[in-house]
Write a protein that binds this ligand. Structure first.
Ligand code: C5P
Length: 251
């Protein structure tokens, strides 16, 4: 973001900010620090994710939503990694709450918002810019997505580990696995967060909330390196991707 000069074309482009929810505990990854602060090749996941946003030409501001008891730690971490222009705010109980708190910290002149999970540290910059471009070109809500490799079943959940009956098999060719950053016209995302009340654990993606308010959401191609680090095996994969990048482009 700071690499961009304040040229003429920049002046007419709507200002785009990235909100990075990073306040989750990451229990599926096993015990330890909050997920966003766990290291990949020695650098916290959050730093990778923030760099991916900050490097995007389209992004001029990054807001990180930190664990409530970790704001100072996150601030120091970003300063250490020379990301001093990033705004840090405390998060909430659910992802939905954390995104809402991040949105509340945006300056008024921001017109486009990308919401990017800290848990997707390796999203390529081109994917970030493609999402922002699609919003700039007029889509109210944009999600990067990939076709689904597995066949997916719907089940009726059962308590206590009993085998769950299958209730349906959706046509795989119609399914997409969605990633982040998800991009929005700011007003559309703000409306969704104002109108969709939190139920249970809250919405797991922002586009889903926008769908419920009746706005169209479109998909653009996602990227296999934008996968979410959720389980221990994902850490191994993420470090392998970083090692490959170091070889191929000295990154
Ligand atoms: O738990 P899950 O992997 O779906 O979390 C997605 C993202 O939302 C993560 O980057 C996590 O840090 C963030 N999150 C948050 N506040 C919460 C829960 C999750 O910012 N209360």
């Amino acid at each position: 973001m700071s690499m961009e000069s304040a040229g003429e074309s920049r002046a007419v482009e709507p200002r785009t900010a990235a909100v990075v929810p990073a306040a989750g505990r990451g229990v599926r990854l096993g015990p330890g620090a909050p997920k966003a602060l766990r290291a990949l090749n020695g650098t916290p996941m959050l730093v990778h994710a923030v760099r991916a946003m900050a490097r995007a030409r389209s992004v001029s501001l990054v807001v990180v939503v930190a664990p409530r008891d970790g704001v100072t730690e996150v601030r120091n971490l970003l300063d250490e990694h020379t990301l001093p222009d990033v705004v840090v705010v405390p998060g909430g109980e659910t992802r939905q709450d954390s995104v809402r708190l991040g949105l509340a910290a945006l300056p008024e002149d921001v017109e486009i918002v990308l919401v990017h999970d800290a848990a997707r540290p390796l999203v390529p910059v081109d994917t970030v810019d493609a999402v922002a471009r699609a919003v700039r070109d007029g889509a109210p809500a944009v999600v990067p997505a990939l076709p689904v490799a597995d066949t997916v079943k719907e089940v009726r959940p059962r308590e206590g580990g009993a085998p769950e009956p299958v209730t349906g098999t959706p046509d795989r060719s119609l399914l997409r696995a969605v990633q982040t950053p998800q991009g929005f016209a700011r007003a559309v995302l703000a409306e969704a967060h104002a109108r969709v009340a939190r139920e249970g654990e809250g919405a797991t993606d922002d586009a889903g909330m926008v769908e419920r308010t009746g706005h169209e959401v479109v998909v653009v191609p996602g990227h296999e390196e934008a996968f979410k680090v959720t389980r221990p095996l994902d850490l191994v994969l993420a470090e392998a991707v970083l090692a490959r990048r170091r070889v191929t482009d000295g990154f």
